[in-house]
Design a protein around this ligand. Structure first.
Ligand code: F6R
Length: 262
């Protein structure tokens, strides 16, 4: 695992955007897995800037989002489709028909989840997956206790997640109780993964995910089994890690050999 630590959120957003840019330059029809939430907002802002300056193009890029609230239509201001359109897709040169977000209105959710997994497979699989992390260690909506082999499915949201996400709704009661979410097993099939985390609130989850045992109680800890993961952390999110010196040493070594060391 690569662990990149910078002082500020802005700095890690730029670093993450540079990685995404490099991957798109190498493969213009990259299949990109995307997350919502506050963590990737800085990354999206940087990518929008790069696109405006014509440094990268999303014309051939295809995207799959991790999750969607179950029961919300795509035009609901709190739906993840709406989030992606307003925070990213509307501002870049992507073909909207190439942007996939789980359908929160799918009546037969079981059938829809199989369809979503098949669409990912048909695209050739996700080349680069962007993740955030919940304060309870979740990735996508894989709440503590989710099987590490789980696939796209309906999940019941944990009380902590409802609490965390209530800030986006008028009150806690309006937060949907269910979501459609890629599983941990689905995420682990991405060819490469980056996870962005900032702020003190994420520090315990980050320490457990990177340096703790692999456990379904911290779904991000499953990333330890993936061969190409890069964490982008600000100083606060990294503050409970024990091996910061080693991660810095590896980054220095990467500069010396001019290659990423996973
Ligand atoms: C969102 C998602 C979630 C978030 C996580 C962190 O699509 O999959 O796992 O990444 O809840 O959310 P923020 O970034 O808002 O702290």
């Amino acid at each position: 695992m690569r662990v990149i630590i910078r002082k500020t959120y802005e700095e890690i957003s730029i670093e993450a955007a540079n990685l995404v840019r490099a991957r798109i330059e190498k493969k213009p029809d990259l299949v990109l897995g995307l997350a919502t939430g506050s963590s990737p907002l800085g990354l999206y802002k940087e990518l929008i800037n790069m696109n405006r300056k014509k440094l990268i193009s999303f014309k051939k890029v295809r995207t799959f989002n991790l999750d969607e609230y179950y029961g919300l239509k795509g035009d609901h201001p709190q739906s993840y489709r709406y989030f992606m359109d307003t925070n990213f897709f509307n501002h870049i040169d992507i073909d909207k028909t190439n942007t996939m977000v789980p359908d929160g209105t799918a009546k037969d959710w079981e059938e829809f989840c199989i369809y979503y997994e098949n669409q990912i497979k048909k695209s050739g699989g996700i080349d680069l997956q962007v993740l955030g992390i919940g304060s309870d260690g979740h990735i996508a909506f894989n709440e503590p206790g989710s099987s590490l082999a789980s696939r796209t499915r309906l999940v019941a949201l944990d009380a902590q997640t409802i609490e965390d996400n209530a800030r986006f709704f008028e009150n806690k009661d309006q937060v949907p109780r269910f979501a459609l979410s890629m599983g941990v097993g689905t995420i682990l099939e991405a060819k490469e993964i980056i996870l962005i985390a900032n702020g003190k609130k994420k520090a315990p989850a980050i320490a457990k995910a990177i340096e703790g045992p692999i456990t379904s109680l911290i779904s991000a800890s499953a990333l330890q089994m993936h061969p190409r993961v890069t964490y982008f952390l600000d100083q606060e999110a990294a503050s409970e890690l024990k091996r910061i010196d080693y991660y810095k040493f590896v980054e220095q070594a990467e500069k010396e050999i001019g290659k990423e060391i996973f």
